[in-house]
Design a protein around this ligand. Structure first.
Ligand code: FAD
Ligand code: SF4
Ligand code: SF4
Ligand code: SF4
Length: 399
């Protein structure tokens, strides 16, 4: 049975809990708000399946016969592109699967916005729930089991998620399916669901209202200078750039990520997924014609299925081939884990009792900005700082 002596060895993918034939594994939140498997020893029959399906215990070995290629891509539908985090390519590939009678799994907010979990969508209107990055760990629950039921019935399935969630799915399935397509992301890491919940409570208290829409990557001030934007049921709005918003400051300074994200087992150039999606940071230097600051996707294609899927959406995109060296230069998060912030433990020690804004201002008065600055320059968007500073000065003058 699964025994965790080191939390960095568990990404919380839920593969063990989905696979247990006795349903004796519960995913339980620890004091930082991250889920870990807990085995009911009374019910366990010691079959060993949970260990067999763990993608960290049994690491996937990259297949040398697979060739990795990359393109910069933009969805020609401007409305969808503006609602998406990058160039809006996820919606196009998901629509393609739905056109073929398939279903799409991905991350959506709960009704009260306090958490994020994986859901299954079978129509284009509901894809709106999956659109846009949610920078919070998404709970897989029993979606691997549901995906398997669809696959066994012969229905096409697109499963999207972080690389560890895609790794967990493949390990859980334990056999290849022709009707399965997978899409992962270049993954910075996932923040704690508990920190997000505290942030939601703070924003709702301040607005004296409930959230009704949230965008982690609003493009009002541009894609490179993205903002956290929230709409409340009392028609008030909150918008702050990545340097001003306390939640984004914690996320981008690596102060509230899951322990496994600091030594991620899934950071490889070749991936298990058919396609990886990301922001094409550095586009202004390497493919300037593809940059209008409304969002450009980086699409990394790993398999024949991925090649065919991208071919099928080609009438609806503008694209340009990109060398993998360029990808690695501007988006090293493809292969490198985030480094842990020295104040991470202090953040978690205070998060239950103190205001999130006070924690950020107290622990990271100026230093955090330079940390964020270094993350931004690593991902090639440091020029946006000048624009963000101008926005901040204007806002200060108004208040
Ligand atoms: C936690 C996280 C970290 C990321 N880190 C980076 C990074 O370091 N560098 C980079 O270039 N890109 C990163 N991305 C990817 C990027 O933000 C975009 O999601 C990606 O480029 C797809 O954009 P899009 O415009 O095609 O589609 P969008 O509509 O913006 O993306 C939707 C897709 O994101 C998935 N998704 C949204 N939230 C989550 C979540 N919490 N967990 C799992 N899947 C989720 C949906 O299931 C769907 O597949 C990250 C995304 C997430 C969620
Ligand atoms: S050993 Fe088997 S029964 Fe026990 S927890 Fe693991 S999967 Fe479940
Ligand atoms: S990584 Fe996934 S399968 Fe392995 S112990 Fe953690 S939740 Fe279970
Ligand atoms: S950084 Fe690695 S462990 Fe963390 S969520 Fe992303 S893929 Fe999973």
């Amino acid at each position: 049975m699964i025994i965790l002596d080191d939390k960095t060895n568990c990404s919380g993918c839920h593969a063990c809990a989905n696979a247990c034939p006795k349903n004796c594994i519960s995913m339980v939140s620890d004091e930082e708000g991250f889920w870990y498997p807990q085995v009911n020893k009374e019910k366990c029959i010691d079959c060993g399946l949970c260990e067999k399906v763990c993608p960290i215990i049994h690491k996937w070995q990259p297949d040398d016969s697979r060739k990795t290629t990359a393109i910069a891509a933009i969805n020609l539908n401007e409305e969808i592109r503006l609602e998406s985090s990058s160039g809006g390519i996820f919606t196009l590939i998901a629509e393609k699967i739905i056109d073929q009678g398939g279903v799409v799994f991905g991350a959506a907010f709960s009704d009260d916005f306090k958490s994020v979990r994986h859901i299954c969508v079978d129509n284009k209107a509901d894809l709106e729930k999956l659109r846009g990055s949610k920078y919070v760990q998404s709970k897989i629950s029993d979606t691997y089991k549901h995906a398997k039921e669809y696959l066994d019935s012969g229905r096409k399935v697109l499963f999207s998620g972080t690389p560890c969630q895609i790794g967990g799915l493949y390990s859980y399935l334990r056999k290849p399916y022709e009707n399965l397509l997978t899409q992962d992301i270049i993954c910075h890491g996932v923040p704690s669901p508990m920190v997000w919940e505290k942030y939601v409570e703070k924003r709702e208290r301040k607005a004296a209202s409930e959230m009704q829409r949230v965008f982690f990557r609003h493009k009002k001030y541009g894609w490179k200078s993205f903002s956290m934007a929230i709409e409340f049921t009392n028609h008030t709005k909150y918008i702050r750039t990545l340097l001003e918003d306390p939640y984004m400051r914690l996320f981008l300074s690596n102060s509230c990520l899951r322990p496994s994200c600091y030594s991620c087992s899934f950071k490889t150039e070749s991936r298990q997924a058919d396609i990886s999606l990301a922001d094409f940071w550095g586009v202004q230097y390497t493919a300037p014609k593809m940059d209008d600051d409304k969002g450009t996707s980086l699409v990394i294609i790993h398999s024949e299925k991925g090649v065919n899927l991208i071919k099928s959406i080609s009438p609806f995109i503008v694209s340009q081939e990109i060398d993998m060296d360029v990808v690695l230069r501007y988006n090293p998060a493809l292969i490198q884990s985030a480094s842990k912030n020295a104040h991470r433990e202090a953040v978690f020690a205070r998060i239950s009792s103190y205001d999130i804004e006070d924690i950020v201002n107290d622990l990271f008065p100026i230093k955090l900005k330079s940390k964020v600055k270094s993350v931004l320059s690593k991902i090639g968007i440091s020029n946006s700082l000048i624009k963000i500073k101008t926005i901040m000065i204007r806002r200060l003058k108004r208040s």
